[in-house]
Write a protein that binds this ligand. Structure first.
Ligand SMILES: [Fe+2]
Ligand SMILES: [Fe+2]
Length: 396
């Protein structure tokens, strides 16, 4: 379902409502669907579109553009972010308005070339550059990694509107348009940050610093309600959610264990002694007792990740892989890793988990160790030594 709403004089929302979407990008569950928010701005001389919509909504979107742009047509299509949920109608827009210039970042232009596989007329913007539409100015701020390397914000100073694309968005679809007429979506707002922005916290901090002193009456994201009541609160929330973890002055290691018969956890006991002998503070958790959200927080607030995994049927068990799958969704403070575990018949898991960590650019300063069944006294010594060496590397 699409529609148009004039949000300021000659500034229109013309997005699409995707009520029945259950899982965004086949990755993130959406309890209330989502919207693809796109905009049209009519200056005295030029008309600009800000982003488009997902491909299945192209027909209605284009009809709305034609109605609002009228005979003047479209001069610019600002592509704040090239992901197909926002560039899905771009091809059809350019077919209809071949004279229009696509305005994007340099990485954006690269991505467009590879998404559409044909040339288009582009203008690559630099930080702070402006385009005059006649009485209306578009000013661009690069915001890489919010959500892709290509991303930028567009600010319309005369109306104090910030078009932030994915940033400050939420997957929440409602009949209403603005935050002050929509049911509470704060849970969706935070879940969206955790799903999409969290791995790029440092970049979020940089982007927030660029916009926090701008005059902004409304933040107009590309998903979910448009923000006019809680502008400052949303900027504060992004600042808080992206804050760097506090440095306690001590090195901290997260020791995650999975131990069906207690042997791997026995090993962990001695590894922990070795770590603590080097002054390392150890957060030890049984993987199955930790919810994903707490695990993400722990990974981000510690300097090392030490995985204690058994081998079952020649593999690390699913909870270990599940825990490892969270690593790409966070911004770890340190990327030092180590792996050990007990096994019964064969011991493939330690090597497999080491390979996974190495693939994620973790530094593995001490080769993994594994022992059969219950650790002997010699094994216990080896575990302490393993922990001591990892601790030493961590203290570096
Ligand atoms: Fe995106
Ligand atoms: Fe998006």
């Amino acid at each position: 379902m699409s529609g148009t709403t004039e949000i300021r004089s000659d500034v229109f929302w013309l997005g699409a409502r995707h009520f029945d979407l259950k899982i965004f990008d086949e990755l993130f569950p959406t309890r209330n669907g989502t919207t693809y928010n796109a905009y049209l701005i009519r200056g005295e001389e030029k008309t600009a579109l800000i982003d488009t919509v997902k491909a299945p909504f192209t027909r209605e979107y284009l009809q709305n553009v034609e109605r609002l742009a009228g005979d003047r047509g479209v001069d610019y299509v600002v592509v704040n972010h090239t992901e197909p949920d926002h560039s899905g109608a771009l091809d059809k827009v350019l077919e209809r308005y071949p004279q229009a210039t696509v305005v994007c970042t340099r990485p954006g232009e690269n991505f467009l070339r590879q998404i559409f596989n044909h040339p288009m007329k582009t203008h690559i913007v630099s930080e702070g550059e402006e385009i005059d539409l006649g009485g209306r100015t578009l000013k661009f701020f690069l915001a890489p990694y919010l959500h892709w390397p290509d991303t930028m914000f567009t600010w319309l100073p005369e109306e104090k509107l910030l078009f932030s694309c994915d940033a400050f968005g939420a997957h929440f679809c409602s009949e209403t348009l603005f935050d002050d007429e929509t049911p509470d979506f704060s849970g969706e707002f935070t879940f969206y940050f955790d799903s999409i922005m969290r791995p790029f916290k440092e970049k979020v901090r940089e982007a927030v610093a660029k916009v926090e002193n701008l005059s902004i009456d409304m933040i107009l994201p590309s998903h979910g309600p448009l923000i006019r009541r809680d502008v400052q609160a949303k900027i504060d929330a992004y600042r808080r959610l992206s804050a760097a973890p506090q440095d306690t002055g001590r090195k901290r290691a997260l020791l995650l264990t999975l131990s069906p018969h207690g042997n791997t956890r026995d090993m962990a006991h001695y590894v922990r002694e070795g770590l603590e002998s080097q002054g390392v503070e150890v957060e030890e958790r049984a993987i199955i007792t930790v919810e994903n959200q707490e695990l993400r927080d722990l990974i981000e607030s510690t300097d090392a990740l030490i995985m204690a995994t058994p081998t079952i049927n020649r593999d690390a068990p699913p909870p270990v892989w599940q825990a490892l799958s969270l690593l790409t969704t966070v911004a770890p403070r340190g990327k030092l890793g180590a792996v050990f575990g007990s096994f019964g018949w064969s011991g493939e898991a330690v090597k497999m988990v080491e390979e996974r960590l190495a693939g994620l650019k973790y530094n593995l300063p001490v080769p993994g160790i594994h022992f059969r069944f219950k650790p002997t006294e010699d094994d216990q010594i080896a575990c302490r030594e393993f922990g001591r060496k990892v601790g030493q590397a961590l203290q570096g």
